[in-house]
Design a protein. Sequence first.
Length: 238
Amino acid sequence: MERIQKVIANSGYTSRRKAEELLVKGKVKVNGKVVRELGTLVDSNDTIIVEGHVLKKDEKTYILLNKPRGVVTTTSDDKNRKTVIDLIDIPTRIYPVGRLDYDTTGVLILTNDGELTNGLIHPSSNIDKLYIAKIKGLISPEHIKRLVSGVIIDGKKTSKAKAKLKKLDKKKETSIVELTIHEGRNHQVKKMFEALGYEVLKLKRERFAFLDVKSLKPGEYRYLTIKEVKKLYSLINK
Ligand code: URA
């Protein structure tokens, strides 16, 4: 048995907070009866109807997208820009797991599995995210060490990371740095470089946990295998 607002959120229909609002407003029915009480326990035999929609049970979809540049990582955009959802031609409503900036490329998971999403984005899960950043300027070894030990962004030090210098282009005055972080703060990579005085010119998420998009062109996607989904679950249930 699970709390009803969790079941609604995990179905991907809406967030847990919105589910609670809908409950209080009397928009949720369980087996034909309106249920307003937060925390009502339900199980997979119960038929749950939210705002007239029958909640589908256990139909989970997991997509791995190679996000191209120039696409927002939201389900809709008030400026009418293309979204990652526009790139995926499937009938199921899915949502991105975390965010990548408009100009960032690379690994993005999309799913309607709220439990997995919450687990993966929760800071305690410590999922490694490997980014490749092209930055303006020739980065010093001292600054590579600072990326590793932590820099202050938004008033708080970043936790330990891995950083490796991949290339220095003395002519163009650019550097390529591989940075592995396990937090997921807003614009974290760009802010980490900015804190040291470097502008990020290009950013790619090369890997999320064990997943990469080497076999996918920008804009292409594939379904995750059951094995991959299980492996992701094992990382959040550590
Ligand atoms: N850090 C950033 O600054 N941007 C991203 O898109 C992802 C991580």
